[in-house]
Design a protein around this ligand. Structure first.
Ligand code: ZN
Length: 139
């Protein structure tokens, strides 16, 4: 991973084979980003997507094979149990130009992943919400 700070934001480049969610979480910890937003593009493989089944109060998980373009990655950064937590969603494009998307649990970088990370001042907590069973932004 490489990064440069430009004004209030960071440009971040993830390298081939890095795990995306872990790399973003480590970056937030190293740069002490306790709240923020991010966007990204690139390519990934070994992808695990989620869809939250609200009645079952759990995520359905789907593993994708092959390499996919990240058409859009967006998310936010907050603190969960005292540690940075990245909540990420992606829209992916396949070699037949089909699209799929969902909550991003994990993925390995293909050629590259390019992110813009925008820290927000202060910090933001996520706490367990009994009604949904999810760790929601504690606003
Ligand atoms: Zn989500």
């Amino acid at each position: 991973m490489r990064h440069v700070r430009l004004g209030d934001s960071y440009l971040v480049r993830l390298d081939t084979d890095e795990e995306v969610v872990g790399a973003i979480t480590r970056f937030a910890a190293e740069e002490k980003i306790d709240a923020g937003s991010l966007t990204g593009i690139g390519a990934v493989r070994d992808i695990v997507l989620g869809y939250f089944d609200r009645s079952a109060r759990e995520y359905l998980r789907q593993t994708l094979t092959g390499e996919w373009e990240i058409l859009s990655l967006s998310g936010n950064l907050a603190l969960k149990d005292g540690r940075p937590f990245a909540h990420l969603h992606v829209t992916l494009g396949g070699r037949e130009f089909q699209t799929l998307g969902g909550h991003l649990f994990e993925a390995r970088v293909g050629a590259t992943v390019e992110l813009v990370v925008r820290p927000l001042p202060g910090y933001q907590l996520r706490t367990l919400d009994d009604a949904t069973g999810l760790y929601l932004l504690d606003l």
